[in-house]
Design a protein around this ligand. Structure first.
Ligand code: FES
Length: 426
């Protein structure tokens, strides 16, 4: 099944989805980009220190002085993100200019923290910084030698906001909106700001960061890996006919996949589990759509095929930020933060319009715990995959048409690392 033609993203005129991207080819894909420690080191420099990285949402810094820290092992730093007196959100390296102490932390220096303050005070010798990063106070300043405080402000990192999402960049090559391009433009206007009820999951996964994106960027696996989550009849239907997405879109370096989702709400209530019937919720979230502006009609890039059975769209903003939109009117985000070539921290945040009743709250909770079961199943497979990729017995793998976005992700990463290595060799 293919989506009908619409203005925003026309479907390919002919051929498979992959054949419409000749630059990606149809050959085997090399997965040593997920096992080679030297490749990982190059990836950190070529990608994570040069692209816009989403570190959270504006709701985390609601008022002047609100801040949170972000540990970024992949860039070997910690950042503090803070809303200043002028209401602008800024990002700074979380390091004191006196002798390098980590400036903001709570119980343990490696753990992220958040809060609100009028200034930052270093725990070591009490140097103080205001909310715009200026050094404002030096303990026993007269003991120093020609110290000009204006030379010792916090080190700032480029920071910008798109639709309430806060991005940072250590070495911007282009402005944020230009970087995010048409895919992002096409979802602008979605009521992100209304969905402030957040459920968060975080786990360290024993796999390369790309392998988890791979797992969420295709639905080829869904009828097999997750069949036990569906009721028996539904699972057999999936396995019998396989699965095919409604639409794929590539706007390098970003991409999206659009899929149907027949159970939200189900045409036949008997096709879901009793608790889902009772709470009117499940993997696809609460069945009752919130009554807010921005969901009808949806922005043009969401459900581009305008398919009546549409269920979810997954936007992959390169390198490690995913937004999933769900038909019943909520969204979730994934982040994949590398900590080693074969490890990463996976973060999932589910965003709902705040519940107005206990029943609505229970429906959201069921959606959140059901999601966790699926994510655990995916995570489990990833670690098994990584161990065998590490063996090096097989390095290249065939990908099908439904795995187009994986082909694109690995190609994009490999191209950027090659460009970086070529430039370094010159
Ligand atoms: Fe921060 Fe000394 S290291 S005040």
């Amino acid at each position: 099944m293919r989506g009908r033609e619409v203005a925003f993203f026309p479907k390919p005129a002919a051929g498979s989805w992959t054949e419409n991207h000749p630059e990606l080819g149809t050959g085997l894909v090399d997965f040593t980009d997920s096992t080679d420690p030297e490749f990982y080191e190059a990836e950190r420099e070529a990608i994570f220190k040069k692209t816009w990285l989403n570190v959270g949402r504006v709701e985390r810094v609601p008022k002047v002085g609100s801040y949170f820290t972000k540990e970024l092992a992949v860039a070997e730093t910690s950042l503090v993100i803070v809303r200043g007196q002028d209401n602008k959100i800024r990002a700074f390296h979380n390091v004191c200019r006196h002798r390098g102490n980590k400036l903001v932390w709570n119980e343990a220096p490696g753990e992220e923290t958040s809060g609100s303050c009028r200034q930052f005070v270093c725990k070591y010798h009490a140097w103080r910084y205001d909310l715009t990063g200026n050094l404002t106070f030096v303990q026993q300043e007269g003991e120093f030698f020609d110290l000009d405080k204006s030379d010792y402000g916090l080190k700032e990192v480029a920071c910008d906001v798109w639709e309430g999402f806060i991005f940072v960049n250590f070495d911007p090559q282009e402005p944020l909106r230009e970087y995010l391009g048409d895919l992002a433009k096409g979802v602008e206007g979605y009521p992100f700001h209304e969905m402030t009820e957040v459920y968060t999951y975080r786990a360290e996964v024993g796999s390369n960061w790309k392998l988890f994106i791979d797992a969420f960027a295709e639905f080829y696996h869904a009828p097999i890996l997750h069949h036990k989550q569906a009721v028996k009849d539904e699972a057999e239907k999936f396995q019998g006919f396989g699965f095919e997405a409604l639409h794929y879109e590539i706007s390098t370096p970003h991409s999206m996949i659009s899929s149907w989702g027949g159970m939200a709400p189900p045409k036949d209530p008997m096709m879901v589990k009793p608790i889902e019937r009772a709470l009117r919720s499940g993997l696809f979230g609460p069945w009752d759509r919130p009554d807010i502006e921005g969901l009808d009609p949806l922005p043009p890039a969401i459900n581009p095929a305008r398919h009546h059975s549409w269920g979810t769209d997954s936007f992959e903003f390169f390198p490690n930020f995913t937004i999933l939109f769900w038909a019943p009117g909520w969204y979730l985000t994934y982040h994949y933060w590398p900590t080693a070539v074969d490890r990463h921290i996976f973060e999932a945040n589910l965003y709902f319009v705040p519940a107005k009743s206990a029943r609505e709250r229970l429906a959201q909770e069921l959606g959140a715990v059901t999601f966790k079961e699926y994510a655990l199943q995916d995570g489990n497979t990833l670690e098994a995959t990584q161990t065998m990729l590490n063996s090096g017995v097989i390095k290249e793998f065939p990908l099908c048409d439904q795995e187009l976005l994986l082909r694109h992700l690995h190609k994009t990463v490999q191209n950027l690392v090659k460009e970086y290595r070529d430039a370094a060799a010159r």
